[in-house]
Design a protein around this ligand. Structure first.
Ligand SMILES: [Zn+2]
Length: 151
């Protein structure tokens, strides 16, 4: 039995078949490094990724992390902060204002500390899975935009 062309798996990101290990790409992104070469910086500002890697010239401009990094920050910190609050509330009988004075700054500082590594990890994940440019188009965002009727 032979399969029809529609049975072939969907490949995103054009014809580039280079190896993109998932774990390594996420780790490099989390360390503020280019997911391809691991040397160039990924962010030019706090949460603003570079358009192209300064070392290997990999185009990163079309990686869109969107809402996933803040969602993951809320998911992680929600569990840690609520768990920490509940543990301290069971151990020490503190008034509510004291808990607020303790946990609100910890939440803000922790969120600012982990959002950039998480966003870098998401960009590394997207890069490794070629989650940009759809339906066999090239990796260039211009081709993707034209293919979707955008300008
Ligand atoms: Zn690079």
């Amino acid at each position: 039995m032979t399969g029809s062309p529609s049975d072939s798996p969907i490949r995103f990101g054009g014809s580039d078949e280079s190896e993109r290990p998932l774990g390594r790409s996420i780790l490099r992104g989390m360390l503020n490094r280019c997911p391809r070469c691991g040397t160039g910086k990924l962010f030019r500002a706090f949460l603003k990724p570079v358009d192209r890697c300064a070392v290997c010239d990999e185009n990163i401009s079309h990686q869109r992390a969107d809402d996933l990094p803040p969602y993951l920050v809320i998911l992680v910190l929600g569990h840690l902060i609520v768990g920490g609050y509940m543990l301290t509330d069971m151990t020490f009988k503190l008034p509510l204002w004291a808990h607020l004075a303790i946990w609100a700054p910890i939440t803000i500082i922790a969120a600012l500390a982990i959002i950039q590594p998480i966003k870098g990890g998401v960009i590394g994940l997207q890069w490794a899975l070629r989650m940009h440019g759809f339906g066999g188009h090239d990796d260039t965002p211009e081709d993707w935009d034209q293919g979707n009727g955008r300008s």
